[in-house]
Design a binder for this molecule. Structure first.
Ligand code: HEM
Length: 505
């Protein structure tokens, strides 16, 4: 017995020793990183930062968040610290926020910086897809997926934009002239989800009439709110804490709802493929490209990679566009002289037709200028995050490797140093002459550089067709009783939605 015991104890000690030895380099590395971090934190305290009185423990956490007052707070600080400033999320965690064009240009053109930890908070939902991944994997996927956004592919989607716009206009016609205002954002989320499912996954969905995808849309709303709450709570940075909280469990639950929905789209598609021949399908879609894409070694995407990209594009492709469309219609309802000019242009292009062709899009130049101006004032993606892969000098200060940096598009787009009369809705900023003079890095609704938005042409076409159909049919007016405030989660929403009065033209 004693011998057996000694053997057992000896084996256990050897095992423990082996474990410590093999993990030793890891332990030393982590300890060094921790010491460097603490030294850096001391140094970071000397950098420009908005006053936070004596709130050493909570830092700026009470001021930051998705609501209008937080957006104004960051905008105000940008005036005082135009290059960058440091915000504290508790005593040890910080992020740098910048709305400076030069700094943003340098950051967007730096190839090696990964996405910061907050993008990882999306992992259980959209996995490690194109939006969240970095390095070699990102380069491989971007190259494989870019053909899905070639003009020849995008052209085929025009009938879908028309068809779904007709449905939207039909539903809104039933609500027009009642004198009651209509909350438009919910309809527009169903609209953009329907467009996306039909174009990219050849689904025969009907989100507007049959309310397909309603559970998905509700889940996405919850997930973006939960994401934002997590991003401003340093205690929730660690998965092992977060997923043991109520919020974390809710995040897992809604991620599950979203996955079931995307699964159903893939299953539906597989069944249809079995029934119909490939040539009978209306167009080559994103799923076809995902399934058949090969890298230079002839390797395709794995099932997990396909699933992650489906979830990524499902979210990125509908939520941003719904936000963009909501704010464009809001701006046109606010500024009626521009609404009238768009309508005139649209009616001339359509010449009595009720269908917008690919060729018509190039005739909608004033409408396009209004869409661009609205994306300036209300950028659907208000912030972009980066994590420095090496130290960076900003305004003479060393910002250490590992720092999270937020590029504040929403602040730069309203910066009076960048835009004359920045708060004014003025579409002529985007006429051909002014565009030639403009530095492209001063206008970033779709970001810029290698990690710009892969779906930007898809989105712009969809927006133009939808706006043309809506203005061709309705006069838009804002409901003055309803307060519209910005609410910046992963995308820029209106906190209590947007209410417009619609009257038939
Ligand atoms: C008005 C609509 C849209 C806006 C304003 C917008 C804006 C943006 C922005 C600012 C980024 C950079 C995000 C970052 O670096 O964190 C981005 C990336 C991305 N967008 Fe869009 N987007 C829109 C529509 C779309 C659509 C329709 C799709 C797909 C069908 C799409 C797919 C993506 C993807 C996959 C990425 C990641 C690209 C990469 O990192 O390589 N977006 N978008």
């Amino acid at each position: 017995m004693d011998v057996a015991y000694s053997l057992f104890a000896g084996a256990l000690v050897t095992l423990l020793l082996l474990l410590v030895l093999t993990r030793l380099s890891f332990i030393i590395r982590e300890a060094c990183a921790w010491i460097t971090w603490c030294v850096d934190v001391k140094y970071i305290r000397s950098l420009p930062s908005p006053p936070k009185a004596k709130r050493w423990i909570v830092g700026h956490m009470l001021e930051l968040g998705p609501r209008e007052h937080s957006l104004q707070y960051v905008q105000k600080n940008h005036k005082e610290f135009p290059k960058y400033c440091v915000y504290w999320l508790g005593p040890l965690l910080f992020e740098v926020i910048t709305g400076d064009v030069e700094t943003m240009r340098r950051l967007l053109l730096r190839p090696g910086d990964p996405k910061p930890t907050v993008y990882g908070f999306l992992h259980k939902w959209i996995g490690d897809g194109l939006l969240t991944t970095s390095g070699a994997k990102w380069r491989r996927h971007r190259k494989m997926l870019t053909p899905a956004f070639h003009f020849d592919i995008l052209k085929q989607y025009i009938p879908v934009y028309n068809e779904v716009s007709h449905k939207l206009v039909e539903i809104w016609s039933g609500l027009a002239d009642s004198g009651e205002s209509v909350e438009i954002t919910e309809y527009l989320h169903s609209y953009t989800l329907d467009v996306l499912l039909r174009c990219m996954y050849s689904s025969n969905s009907n989100c507007l009439e049959k309310k397909d995808g309603m559970d998905y849309l509700k889940a996405v709303k919850q997930l973006t709110d939960l994401f934002m709450a997590r991003a401003t709570n340093p205690l929730h940075i660690f998965d092992w804490i977060y997923f043991n909280t109520t919020a974390g469990r809710q995040f897992l639950h809604y991620s599950d709802v979203v996955h079931k929905f995307s699964e159903s789209i893939i299953v539906q598609r597989r069944e249809e493929l079995l029934k119909t021949s490939k040539s009978a399908k209306k167009h080559l879609d994103f799923l076809d490209i995902l399934l058949s894409a090969k890298d230079e070694n002839g390797e395709g995407l794995t099932d997990t990679e396909i699933r992650e990209e489906v979830d990524t594009f499902m979210f990125e492709g509908h939520d941003t566009t719904a936000s963009g469309l909501s704010w464009v219609l809001y701006c046109l309802a606010m500024y009626k002289e521009h609404q009238e000019m768009c309508r005139k242009e649209i009616r001339e292009a359509l010449a009595g037709r009720d269908y917008i062709t690919w060729e018509d899009l190039s005739k909608l130049s004033y409408t396009t200028m209004c869409i661009k101006e609205s994306l300036r004032l209300y950028p659907p993606v208000p912030y972009i995050g980066k994590q420095l892969s090496e130290d960076m000098i900003i305004d003479g200060d060393r910002i250490p490797k590992g720092t999270w940096i937020t590029l504040c598009i929403i602040v730069m787009h309203r910066d009076p140093l960048v835009w004359d009369n920045a708060e004014k809705f003025d579409p002529t900023r985007f006429n051909a002459d002014n565009l030639k003079k403009r530095d492209p890095f001063t206008y970033l609704p779709f970001s810029a550089g290698p990690r710009n938005c892969i779906g930007q042409h898809f989105a712009m076409d969809e927006l133009r067709v939808a706006v043309a159909h809506v203005l061709n049919k309705f006069h838009l007016e804002v409901d003055k009783e309803h307060n519209v405030e910005r609410y910046a989660v992963a995308v820029l929403n209106a906190q209590a939605g947007i209410k417009l009065t619609l009257s038939l033209v």
